[in-house]
Design a protein around this ligand. Structure first.
Ligand code: GCU
Length: 606
């Protein structure tokens, strides 16, 4: 019998033993019985993922529904929370986790060790850890797991060919937890099979995909579908053949349709070979420009997956205008749990407050599915920093119910993960997580500016690293000011928004400070809404960000974290503090050298 050997993260409410079941409703029975909960289960297949917990504790639901109901009941008990009443139904049918794992075992933007799934070009996993992961995902309602990187590198392209038996074995493990697998595919795959083209309108290409997809579904009948990154950062795609992305996506969608599979097509398309001297091309405009005109042309089983902001998971971005533009297309919003630009799971950065903002601006009804890039790896605690698990946990519950309040999610995670904490300690943990993003933002890139990060690895400051690069990522700081005018008189990006959002940002004086430099170019002596000059605000934020990080470290040291979480969290906090000071001093020095402005409080500027 497999047992959990490692730290169980938020799964403290379940026994150490792991279920050896093969279907979700069996897993539900097993978990309830082993947790000593005598709750009758009634499976009503028509309910699908939905469940209802009756007054008597009986759980009624679909085959996956009863499993979600069982976990919710056990979690509520452990956290001493009231049980959810009435029928609980997820907002989205597809609640996806995209792992960027490469077949060689490394992970693109992975900060928790090597891959949980692959090593040396093949599957290599610990079945007990897979079950634990299945439990983690099911306990918060995540139901689709894409195991390989969207950049399909090296042997990963064989996953849908001779890798199928292994993929099917993995699918069996996750099926017991109601989690369906998905694979990232390479658009140019037919070229490896003697077909001289990958043109989506070529019959040979269409036939190859249809036949190969039949083989895939013969091995894994419930595969959730394919995930595709095409014509993006040097990945192959339909542009090479003069076709557009509706042609490309629909071709694959038609191969999947007979099997009920979804074709998830990422919209991260922009010119990554821009000349920095070119002031007309504005990268945030790219996704909307490419896709908005295609609205209405995608097949029913195509889902366009759009990053939540128009750039690339920067510390703060406005909502992507593409998410508000396509009314006749199924869309998914994409978040990134992996802390690529947000501290590498060394610095604390709890994401629910950011998701809340995105959803408040976008409206949950604008998307039909939700995805997040994973933050998992082979580290003992799965997420590198034990607190980074709060992002995975909250993501699942948020994908189920995007009306969820960030504090409620983080506080539930805290109570399940550290049941030994007093109420006061729980509160200080939750407060710390709730303000972690604002703190990170203060000591890194100011006021929505973006791209001041170190180019090599994306951790730590590099204020000019992206300024003369080909990635379309410029802040254009000079001796007078900083930022890009993205209004109608500038690049025109703002015109991609519906009126109500355009109006919020259009007038530099009224644009919220948090995004001021995203939308406007400002002089260092321009005055912000709180009466401070821009340059003084930049200095103040950076000094204050470090002070608040130091206060956070103090709070952390006082918490009775169990081992090994304590050692890991304290060691990472020291690195966060060093990082924060480096950001503060480099960014302040950068702007001081350009502006020549002293700090009003006489603090050191180097
Ligand atoms: C970012 C990231 C890449 C990743 C890409 C994507 O640019 O740095 O590593 O491949 O996003 O989302 O596809």
């Amino acid at each position: 019998m497999d047992t959990i050997k490692e730290a169980p993260c938020w799964l403290t409410f379940l026994p150490g033993e792991l279920p050896q079941t093969s279907a979700p409703e069996e897993t539900a029975r097993w978990e309830l019985a082993h947790a000593g909960a005598r709750c009758p289960l009634r499976v009503d297949e028509a309910m699908g993922d939905a469940f209802e917990i009756g007054e008597d504790g009986a759980i009624t639901g679909g085959r996956t529904g009863v499993l979600y109901g069982a976990y919710r009941l056990l979690m509520a008990r452990a956290a001493k929370e009231p049980l959810p009443r009435g029928v609980q139904r997820p907002r989205y049918a597809l609640r996806m986790l995209n792992c960027w794992d490469n077949a060689e075992g490394d992970i693109e933007r992975g900060y928790s060790g090597r891959s949980l799934f692959f090593e040396g070009g093949r599957f290599a996993y610990d079945p007990a850890r897979m079950r634990t992961l299945g439990r983690m995902l099911a306990s918060v309602g995540v139901n689709v797991l894409c195991v390989n990187n969207v950049n399909v590198l090296g042997p990963a392209w064989r996953l849908i060919e001779d890798g199928l038996p292994e993929l099917a074995r993995l699918a069996d493990i996750f099926r017991a937890f109601g989690v369906r697998l998905m694979v990232s595919i390479d658009f140019a795959q037919p070229l490896r099979h003697g077909i001289p083209t990958a043109d989506p309108l070529d019959e040979r290409v269409q036939r190859w995909w249809a036949e190969q997809t039949d083989k895939v579904y013969a091995a894994i009948p419930d595969l959730a579908g394919y995930l595709v990154k095409a014509d993006s950062e040097h990945r192959p795609g339909p542009f090479a053949y003069g076709r557009d992305h509706a042609d490309g996506a629909n071709m694959l969608a038609r191969a999947l349709a007979p099997h009920g599979g979804a074709l998830v097509w990422r919209c991260f398309v922009y010119n990554c070979q821009q000349d920095w001297r070119d002031r007309k091309t504005d990268r945030p405009m790219a996704a909307y420009t490419h896709y908005a005109p295609l609205d209405g042309r995608f097949d029913e089983n195509v889902i366009l997956q759009v990053k939540h902001g128009p750039f690339d998971f920067q510390v703060r971005e406005p909502v992507s205008p593409l998410l508000l533009a396509m009314k006749q297309t199924r869309m998914a919003v994409e978040f990134q749990l992996a802390q690529e630009y947000t501290g590498h799971q060394i610095d604390l950065y709890a994401m629910p407050p950011m998701w809340r903002e995105v959803f408040d601006d976008m409206g949950a009804e604008r998307v039909q599915a939700i995805a997040a890039v994973g933050n998992l790896g082979r580290d003992e605690n799965y997420t590198g920093h034990p607190f980074a698990a709060a992002n995975l946990f909250s993501y699942g519950l948020f994908a189920w119910d995007p009306d969820a309040e960030p504090r409620a999610l983080l506080s539930l995670w805290g109570r399940l993960t550290y049941p030994n904490f007093s109420e006061r300690e729980q509160r200080s943990l939750c407060d710390m997580l709730m303000e972690s993003r604002a703190i990170y933002e203060q000591y890194t890139a100011p006021l929505g500016l973006c791209w001041m990060v170190c180019r090599d690895g994306h951790y730590g400051p590099g204020p000019d690293d992206y300024e003369y690069a080909a990635w379309g990522t410029y802040h254009r700081a000079d001796r007078d000011g900083v930022g890009i005018d993205r209004t109608a008189s500038g690049t025109g990006y703002l015109m991609q928004y519906p009126d109500w959002l355009r109006e919020r940002y259009e007038d530099a004086a009224r644009c919220p400070d948090a995004l001021k430099l995203f939308f406007h170019r400002m002089r260092y002596d321009d005055v912000l809404s709180d009466g401070r000059t821009l340059i003084q605000r930049i200095y103040d934020d950076h000094f204050e960000g470090v002070e608040r990080a130091e206060a956070m470290a103090k709070t952390l040291r006082a918490l009775p974290l169990p081992s090994p979480d304590r050692e890991v969290a304290l060691e990472r906090m020291e690195r966060q503090l060093a990082n924060a000071r480096e950001w503060r001093d480099q960014v302040n020095a950068f702007f001081h050298r350009y502006s020549g402005a002293p700090d009003a409080h006489g603090r050191p500027l180097y």
